[in-house]
Design a protein around this ligand. Sequence first.
Ligand SMILES: [Zn+2]
Length: 314
Amino acid sequence: MSKQSAVICLDLGGSFIKLGVMNAQGELTLLDQQKIPATSWDEFTALVSRMIAQHHLHFTTSSPVAISTAGIVAPDSGEMFASNIPAFHQRSLAKELGAILQREVIVHNDADCFTLAEALAGAGKGHKVVFGAILGSGVGGGLVADGRIITGQNGLTGEWGHGPITLTEVEIDGVTRRLPRKACPCGQKGCLDSYGGARGLENLHQTLHDRTASSVEIIESWQQQEAQAQQTIQAWLQIVGQPLAYSINITGASRVAVGGGLASVAPLIAALDEVVQGCVLSRTAHRLVVPGEFAHHGGMMGAALLARDLTRRA
Ligand SMILES: [Zn+2]
């Protein structure tokens, strides 16, 4: 493999640092995964330097570093807002890490990177507007049009998980149930995030049935036709489906690629697609909502494609 056009890929999350390499053919290989030193900048940069040094045979000295990260990157200053990773919260990650590594570093939000990877090479390939819907532990999103990430004010786009949007009533087996609009850490009340992701699904089950169960248990029970889990998923599909359909109406997306842990449950995403198809204004014959093809490493893949594009244009 030629190392000349290799891109060093990093995925930074609240728990782990993942290191990978993208080759000239656009293939991504995961090389290493370590627990992130989330509170110390010095420990964080030392670990990143060590991880890259340990795998130096895959790269050249001029290989750029493409980072997909949790948190928001300010479009002008590059300053990070990542309150759950204090190690680089409020730092200009690309600039400061680039100076330490002596390499070009680009940094982008992980949901945006995932959406770009899906739009260029995955489930959204061939579609002009692709919405990336992250259903992980929480709800996030990104938007790509004509092969480019749309970066909104303050670096925020596609955040369909926040805002007072959740339904307060759902129909379950013909019975109307009232749901409270819960307070969200973002400061608002009624965010989809409180019922929409894996933690949200657990909240919903607790609210409807006063029972504690993990998202995995709820989904397994749903697939085994267990009554309470069926009701929870019925409610979840309504709560998630409507704002997703609304997001499609607004963005004009012809494909929604779903990422995050819940994307791996194909029957759940198929059921979500059915609900969304019933709510959107512009009907199509093809599926709108599909699992992403790069659910595991889509962030790294998108960041690497972005870095490669910037290097070519430079
Ligand atoms: Zn919120």
